[in-house]
Write a protein that binds this ligand. Structure first.
Ligand code: 2AM
Ligand code: CA
Length: 267
């Protein structure tokens, strides 16, 4: 698996470099929203192609599940790729976005890499081998109570706005019971911040598998817990995510129970 991790690292750095180079050109683009959106889509696609090319050079038979190009091939090895997580930030030149690459073998996550090209921070993990930031071991925070915690989240968008009331209720409860809430805008990176103890908890509705695959293994290998919102099932199916160390995960779940019980929210 070390060779596959190395491939993922190399691919993530390549994609990150494309994003950074493209960011300086984005500044020179005309302000028209349509032109900028099209340009960002091109950057997404170019970064994804660079990643797929790096992977297929070493592992031509492996399958791909990627945000832009969807599913390709069939193999017990599937690379799950988000070439640019935090596209809205990127579009605005807001320097919080990431590249996320995970490798799954027969439904088990084996490798995860998330790269933040703005800070040049590299998060890596392999099943059974812990999680690292720039090669140094990271762990989830040790806080045992919600008081004093910093919680990350993402706002509902598109079809998930139907849960807006539920979400705002949950957000209110978190604001009342913690030291603060942050909404950086790249879910893959948020999960790594949790793995590194920079955030104590995290919750969001409606994420895609490429947003969370690498971050999931990162959190698990850093000693944390990640599940769906009710704590009873996999967030990889529902896309609804609740994460923290064991104590904070459970405390958030308890805090959210009254909001989710009335059949008004997602699991
Ligand atoms: P993306 O930038 O790759 O789209 C932010 O809440 C998180 O949700 C990001 O990881 C973002 O990934 C994801 N997301 C997916 N679709 C989105 C959308 N239409 N608007 C905002 N965020 C979206
Ligand atoms: Ca994404």
């Amino acid at each position: 698996m070390q060779a596959m991790l190395n491939t993922a690292i190399q691919a993530a750095r390549r994609a990150g470099d494309i994003a950074i180079r493209s960011l300086s050109r984005l500044d020179q683009l005309e302000i028209k929203a349509k032109a900028r959106n099209e340009y960002v889509t091109q950057v997404d696609q170019a970064a994804e192609q660079a990643i797929i090319e790096s992977i297929h050079k070493r592992y031509p038979d492996h399958a791909i599940l990627a945000e832009e190009s969807g599913r390709q091939g069939s193999s017990e090895f599937v690379w799950i790729i988000d070439p640019l997580d935090g596209t809205t930030n990127f579009l605005h030149g807001f320097p919080t976005f990431s590249v996320s690459i995970a490798l799954r073998k027969r439904d088990v996550l084996e490798v995860g890499v998330v790269y933040d090209p703005c800070r040049q921070e590299l998060y890596t993990t392999m099943r059974g081998r812990g999680a690292q930031l720039d090669g140094k071991r990271i762990r989830v925070s040790e806080r045992r109570e919600l008081e004093g915690t910093l919680i990350g989240t993402g706002f509902p968008y598109r079809s998930n706005t139907r849960w807006m009331k539920t979400y705002l209720g949950m957000l209110g409860s978190v604001m009342e019971n913690t030291a603060g809430v942050r909404r950086p805008g790249s879910a893959a990176l948020d999960l790594c911040y949790l793995a590194a103890g920079r955030l104590d908890g995290f919750f969001e509705f409606g994420l895609e598998i490429w947003d969370v695959a690498a971050g999931t293994l990162m959190i698990q290998e850093a000693g944390g817990v990640i599940s769906n919102l009710t704590g009873s099932g996999s967030h990889m199916d529902s896309g609804n995510v609740l994460a923290g160390n064991l104590k904070i995960h459970d405390a958030l779940r308890e805090l959210f129970t009254p909001h989710l019980n009335a059949d008004t929210g997602p699991a």
